[in-house]
Design a protein around this ligand. Structure first.
Ligand SMILES: Nc1ncnc2c1ncn2[C@@H]1O[C@H](COP(=O)(O)OP(=O)(O)O)[C@@H](O)[C@H]1O
Ligand SMILES: [Mg+2]
Length: 238
């Protein structure tokens, strides 16, 4: 009976599971990647991979770039098996394997509010120059032992921004997110956006996505956040 801001337990659980999230996103008409989910290396069937190499291997139910490193991008079956084994041993859960999407950049979309939710200006994220994995994912978790260089491939044309905002709202509604969330996308060589995941507990840290979005909207960050929270209070009737 305690009113809570943000998404409920069902949405938090579903969005933590990247396979269920992908299935529901696809049903909602969003471009979701083909994936395979493996509990152990022996489960990898080379005649039934989710796509051509390179593939990307991540824990099925984690966030905040847990389990990610340059080795997450695999170029052949033996690298794939050893990365699946690493995820299985470290996190005691399935490894989710998808085609590695690159060419048109990486973008993240903040969504706020309800009935209807509103997608905010889209932000581009830097990718690491050599692996093309998002720089934020490699710098996370203390993996700073290298002096990473980064690039910003791809352009956020107005039509692409519209499409990303539309897809982000679609996933937000399908997964019944409430009040605030952030959806991640990658664009391939042909300019097609692919949905990666949605985070119903995004950081509000100064300098991070929501703060940058507020700045783009010419809003004082505290004032912007107060508005987001106020909408949540209204939804809850408190
Ligand atoms: N299929 C993919 N192709 C290319 N890069 C990917 C893919 N999936 C994830 N990544 C990279 O890894 C980062 C983290 O992956 P993501 O699915 O957002 O998980 P989380 O943020 O929960 O750790 C992404 O921001 C992106 O840079
Ligand atoms: Mg992410």
């Amino acid at each position: 009976g305690v009113p809570c801001l943000g998404s409920d337990a069902l949405s938090l659980s579903l969005t933590l599971d990247k396979a269920y999230t992908s299935d529901l996103a696809r049903v909602a008409g969003v471009n979701a990647l083909t994936y395979r989910s493996y509990r152990r290396a022996d489960d990898v069937d080379e005649s039934d991979l989710p796509g051509d190499f390179p593939l990307f291997v991540k824990p099925r139910r984690e966030g905040s770039s847990m389990g990610l490193s340059p080795a997450s991008k695999v170029g052949n079956a033996s690298e794939l098996r050893s990365q699946v084994e690493h995820i299985a041993a470290t996190y005691e859960q399935d490894a989710l394997v998808e085609p590695f999407v690159e060419g048109g950049g990486e973008f993240t979309v903040a969504v706020v509010g309800n009935d209807p939710p509103e997608a905010l200006p889209v932000l581009q994220r830097a990718v690491e120059a050599e692996t093309r994995i998002g720089l934020h994912a490699l710098e996370h978790r203390g993996a700073l032992e290298r002096d990473w260089t980064h690039e910003l491939g791809g352009t956020l044309a107005p039509a692409l921004e519209d499409e990303l905002q539309e897809q982000a709202v679609c996933v937000y509604e399908k997964l019944r997110c409430k009040d605030f969330a952030r959806a991640d996308f990658r664009i391939d060589d042909d300019g097609t956006p692919w949905f990666l995941e949605i985070n119903p507990l995004p950081t509000f840290k100064p300098g991070d996505t929501f703060a940058i979005v507020a700045e783009l909207m010419n809003r004082e960050y505290e004032d912007f956040l107060a508005g987001v929270l106020q909408n949540g209070f209204e939804r809850l009737g408190v």
